[in-house]
Design a protein around this ligand. Structure first.
Ligand code: NAD
Ligand code: LMR
Length: 342
């Protein structure tokens, strides 16, 4: 079966359900930051899923109009809007998947870590509410810097006594989507067939595409490996520069996040063949969090997939060692942020 393929599975489900007009399952999804650049197109894509019965949209402003607009689409899910802290709890009660794209995006010249001061607080507050209202939900963290915001979320959940490491995910699907696109373009392959695992983290050199593990098996020259790796690592910056101050990737991100949501819902629904890459608590390396392929099941992560990390090329081995200090520092910064609060 195709690994992590959002579109084909969704199409299959749509065919069963006459183009999404009949629900085939009844999962509840909440988006926190739903009126933003990612939140809006992500809400649209999730509204198209026949696996969803309720779509709750939360933001600090402008979410009423987004919900009114989306609610006119004749797909099964009921859309509801929630604005501001007083409505946060209600938008989380009883939901299966919470997606968090709330926070500020980069402008040219910034690193993802430059967003830490604002986004760390936003993620902390939102995850506290998740812990209080839907501690069993799958939590998808999109807000940057993911390498720190996921450890922040883990610490908050621990403090609340509800941390389940199998249900906390840093969304790195966009790195896989980009790797698949760029490799297919470079090697003239059918897009649908290409699958490149991307491991490590989600910033600069911590993004490590394992090109030697590309499926179908492909031969790359050393120059191609170098060029593709750097392009995948800098793809976020490529978009930030092209948008020239108007934000970062939103549409491709929404596509990638929708794929990760759909995969999670299929796993919750009992599909036994769901694999994605994600930044999660991990024992595959000496770092406490690490992105790798994971197998998803009803209870969250069923297994981490260690095989991608054995038999790496020399280039990948070196890149893996080189990324560890930066990733470790970002993880520790996130943990310290929560632990040092009074
Ligand atoms: P945006 O500014 O367009 O939207 C962010 C939304 O968050 C806004 O609607 C804002 O009102 C809302 N928000 C702010 N504070 C909030 C709070 N306390 N509670 C709820 N909502 C709040 O930004 P965007 O382009 O949608 O990007 C959002 C985040 O996603 C950024 O941090 C960006 O770096 C990150 N991002 C991550 C990836 C990834 O691969 N993981 C990819 C792209 C962007
Ligand atoms: C991305 O990879 O596009 C996101 O992390 C946004 C960014 O700041 O590059």
């Amino acid at each position: 079966a195709l690994r992590g393929s959002f579109v084909p599975k969704a199409q299959k489900a749509n065919q069963k359900s006459q183009y999404g007009l009949q629900p085939v399952a009844s999962y509840k999804v909440t988006i926190l930051g739903a009126a933003g650049g990612i939140g809006q197109p992500l809400a649209l894509l999730i509204k198209m899923s026949p696996l969803v019965s309720a779509l709750n949209l939360y933001d600090i402003a402008n979410v009423k109009g987004v919900a009114a607009d989306l609610s006119h689409c004749n797909t099964p899910s009921q859309v509801q809007d929630f604005t501001g802290a007083s409505e946060l709890g209600n938008c989380l009660k009883g939901v299966n998947v919470v997606v968090i794209p709330a926070g500020v995006p980069r402008k040219p010249g910034m690193t993802r870590d430059d967003l830490f001061n604002i986004n760390a607080n936003i993620v902390k507050t939102l995850v506290e509410a998740v812990a209080d209202n839907c501690p069993d939900a799958f939590i998808h963290i999109i807000s940057n810097p993911v390498n720190s915001t996921v450890p922040i979320a883990a610490e908050v959940l621990k403090q609340k006594g509800v941390y389940d490491p199998k249900k906390l995910f840093g969304v790195t699907t966009l790195d896989v989507v980009r790797a698949n696109t760029f490799v297919a373009q470079k090697k003239n392959l059918k897009l649908i067939d290409v699958d490149v695992p991307v491991v490590g983290g989600h910033a600069g050199i911590t993004i490590l595409p394992l090109l030697s593990k590309t499926k179908p098996s492909v031969n790359f020259t050393n120059e191609e490996v170098e060029q593709l790796t750097v392009r995948i690592q800098n793809a976020g910056t490529e978009v930030v520069e092209a948008k020239a101050g108007a934000g970062s990737a939103t549409l491709s991100m929404a596509y990638a996040a929708a794929r990760f949501v759909e995969s999670s819902l299929r796993a919750l629904d009992g599909d036994g063949d769901v694999y994605e890459c994600s930044f999660v608590q991990s024992d595959l390396t000496d770092l406490p969090f690490f992105a790798s392929r994971i197998k998803l099941g009803r209870k969250g992560i069923e297994t981490l997939i260690p095989s991608d990390l054995s038999g790496l090329s020399e280039y990948e081995e070196k890149a893996l060692e080189a990324l560890k200090p930066e990733l470790k520092a970002s993880i520790e910064k996130g943990i310290a942020f929560v632990q040092k609060q009074p």
